[in-house]
Design a protein. Structure first.
Lengths: 104, 172
């Protein structure tokens, strides 16, 4: 085991991103798809902070990007859950296979 | 090998292990709890990087807000104790293949590139530095994005209320 640095954090972040992508591809339930998106957004936050700490420690820009990403993710999750609950009210299901009224 | 290294690897194992649990568990409530632990691990990694403010924000917003909201919506929309239907094996296989190829390409590119840190003086991410720059109007100030984000949050709040509003039955 070696002392962890930038590349270790980039590895964690890339692995977490693609775990989220895998979940987004395989899940058919809207809430679990939303959870995968949260994982993806978090891996991006980790990336911003790691670059800010190890490559440009003289600026705080990565930190601000992380803060704004967190704020936008909160807004996105709230809106998505409102849509999901509304969909459940009208279809009694939150499976994406059942929400195809606009498809044909 | 010192304590900091051990803590890093423990946090990495926590993040990745519970991340895999969050996308593969067939009980949706368990998936939400795995997601909770993954987010806590990321907050721990922010603490490890000594970005305490971001770690606190991560805990307050994600662990205290978004995960609780997800759990509430699970309670509102799922029958208790019911498992999610199993996915088709070919879909799982191709998703895993796509994710693995993407990860391989990304890591190959990242590890080939040599990142060179700047030699300029470090700005510590203290709360006073963050606050001064976030609300600063000078160059590199983030006052305008701050206001835009507050408008966005207001719009999202009103949008959520309008979307989730129960339409009253028309009384004639």
């Amino acid at each position: 085991m070696i002392m962890p640095g930038l590349y270790h954090i980039l590895f964690i972040s890339a692995a977490l991103f693609f775990i989220g992508v895998y979940g987004f591809f395989t899940r058919r339930n809207l809430i679990t798809m939303l959870m995968s998106i949260e994982l993806i957004l978090n891996s991006v936050n980790l990336n911003f902070i790691a670059f800010n700490k190890y490559v440009w420690p003289n600026k705080l820009d990565g930190l601000f990007f992380t803060l704004f990403v967190i704020a936008i993710a909160a807004a996105e999750a709230a809106t998505a859950i409102a849509i999901i609950i509304n969909l459940y009210r009208s279809h009694q299901s939150i499976d994406v296979e059942n929400a195809q009224d606009l498809k044909y | 090998m010192d304590g900091s290294t051990i803590i890093f690897y423990l946090l990495a194992a926590l993040i990745l292990g519970s991340g895999i649990g969050a996308v593969s568990s067939r009980q949706i409530f368990r998936a939400a709890i795995y997601l909770l632990f993954s987010l806590i691990g990321i907050a721990g990694l922010f603490f490890w990087l000594q970005y305490e403010f971001i770690a606190a924000v991560q805990i307050v917003v994600y662990v205290g807000g978004i995960v609780v909201m997800i759990i509430f919506s699970i309670f509102l929309t799922q029958q208790a104790g019911e498992k999610l239907p199993a996915q088709r094996t070919d879909r799982k296989l191709f998703a895993a293949l796509a994710a693995f190829c993407g990860l391989a390409i990304t890591l190959l590119q990242v590890f080939q590139f040599k990142f060179i840190g700047t030699a300029a003086a470090t700005v510590p991410p203290t709360v006073s530095n963050i606050g001064n720059q976030m609300l600063g109007l000078a160059e590199n100030g983030y006052a305008l994005p701050f206001e835009v984000v507050s408008i966005l949050l207001l719009a999202a709040m009103i949008g959520c209320i309008v979307i989730a509003l129960k339409s009253k039955p028309q009384s004639i």
